[in-house]
Design a protein around this ligand. Structure first.
Ligand code: SF4
Length: 456
């Protein structure tokens, strides 16, 4: 006689928002799995649905409210968490039937809400099994790259942003804690770490750069020391959300040096949002405004690490931006020759100080400026990619698609930058998560095309 075991309780999960929210989702999913919940892919299969929301700009708020509405219509039992959870009245007004609302990183509240909606199944055998001892937990990214969150919150008060009011001031994780997590990820097969935070260059300011021990050596809780520690792992490390402080210059040398296994100590890649180039607009944004110095620094970085790829974001049509100030921004693009650029037309965020500024730019003009800005940058990006034709680039394979292997070079972060399509991927026997040297034979506005020349 055989008795089938009762099924595990089933949770559906909707994850919206930025990489920081993705890390929160991974933590919640890990805890759910540890407690014996199954994660299912459809509303029909789920006993309850968790929606991790984003509340950064108005379009993200709408997307989050729509996702909650869809989960209620399709399933009925919905737990809301994440950035929009800080504005619970807005959620309750639109969706009074949600079971519970909590803010970002409030894993305890999410788990309590799941327990009361759907108690975990007590299993006398499984309850004795410890959590996965690789310490990695559930990851939403592919196995070969992972986001590494080093801090929460932000000490700046950029006038267009409400993140500090949602996530609070900077709280840095101790450096040994971060290095241990990175080490486990590398041991688990991760080949690329994507360092994220709200403000990576401020790392450790709140703990006065406290020193900790890792692998018998002292490291300060500080961006440069963290990068030095990560370089010991012999995999790619990519920095995101670097605020343009002067001390960023200190890490550029690491990008030009190779570690013991020939990997760059730090990827020659800097995601550094400049937001604008007019000193007056930057002042209104409450951002650093010495634009001449920024250009000088970009040149200096390139003289130290000639392969550095600089990614930045900009806001056009900020309140009060004049035609002349917008032209200054275009001139900056011409001079800085940035590799990757994202831009947004300014959109007021509920609760942001910038909403009180005079002279809003009319919507039509904002869109016109955005189109001109993107057109100018597209030419620059296309020329920069074309200049790589004939070179050999070290790439990391993300996927195999028939004969093609889809990879990224050191200049391409996942999701936001371009790709390298390797035409002979299958015949070269490439695998996902493998490093490979690729001879570049063609380019377009975003991507590169080439052939594998050498495998690991
Ligand atoms: S540095 Fe970033 S997170 Fe901090 S206030 Fe400015 S835009 Fe917001």
């Amino acid at each position: 006689m055989s008795a089938s075991a009762p099924a595990n309780p089933k949770v559906g999960f909707v994850s919206l928002g930025c990489p920081k929210a993705l890390v929160d989702s991974e933590r919640i999913l890990t805890q759910l799995r540890v407690e014996g919940y199954d994660i299912v892919q459809s509303y029909d299969d789920a006993d309850v649905v968790v929606v991790n929301t984003c509340g950064f700009i108005d379009s993200a708020v709408t997307e989050s409210l729509d996702a909650i509405g869809e989960a209620i219509a399709e399933n009925g039992k919905v737990i809301v968490t994440g950035c929009l959870g800080k504005r619970s009245e807005l959620i309750r007004e639109a969706h009074p039937d949600v079971l519970s609302i909590s803010g970002p990183q409030d894993y305890g509240s999410v788990m309590s809400a799941v327990h009361s909606a759907l108690p975990p199944r007590h299993d006398p055998f499984l309850d004795l099994v410890p959590r996965r001892d690789d310490g990695i937990g559930v990851k939403l990214t592919p196995k070969h790259y992972a986001y590494l969150k080093i801090s929460e919150g932000c000490n700046h008060r950029c006038s267009f942003c409400i993140i500090p009011s949602m996530r609070g001031d900077l709280v840095s994780r101790p450096v040994d804690d971060v290095l241990r997590e990175a080490e486990k990820l590398a041991m688990g097969g991760v080949k690329e770490l994507l360092v994220i935070s709200q403000d990576t260059s401020a790392y450790g300011v709140d703990v006065k750069y406290a020193e900790r021990q890792w692998r018998g050596k002292s490291y300060q809780t500080r961006m440069k020391a963290l990068c030095e520690g990560l370089s010991e792992l012999g995999i790619w490390t990519r920095l995101h959300y670097v605020y343009p402080y002067p001390h960023v210059d200190e890490i550029i040398a690491l990008m030009a040096e190779n570690g013991a296994n020939g990997m760059p100590k730090l990827l020659p890649y800097l995601d550094i949002p400049f937001q604008h180039a007019s000193p007056r607009v930057l002042k209104l944004m409450k951002r650093p405004g010495a634009v001449d110095k920024t250009l000088e620094r970009v040149q200096r970085w390139r003289s130290i690490a000639p392969d550095i790829a600089i990614r930045s974001t900009f806001i056009v049509g900020f309140p009060g931006e004049t035609d002349a100030e917008f032209e200054e921004l275009l001139d900056f693009l011409d001079e800085a020759q940035l590799d990757r650029v994202g831009a947004f037309a300014y959109s007021p965020v509920d609760g942001a100080k910038a909403n009180d500024l005079p002279d809003p730019v009319p919507e039509e003009l904002k869109q016109e400026r955005l189109a001109r800005f993107m057109e100018r940058q597209a030419e620059i990006s296309a020329a920069k990619l074309e200049a790589k034709v004939g070179s050999v680039q070290r790439c990391l394979v993300d996927a195999i698609d028939g004969e093609l292997a889809i990879a990224r070079s050191m200049a391409d972060a996942p999701e936001i930058d371009g790709l390298v399509q390797i035409q002979n991927g299958e015949s070269a026997g490439l695998r996902v998560g493998q490093f490979v040297d690729v001879e570049i034979m063609g380019s377009d506005e975003h991507d590169l095309f080439g052939e594998a020349v050498e495998n690991d």
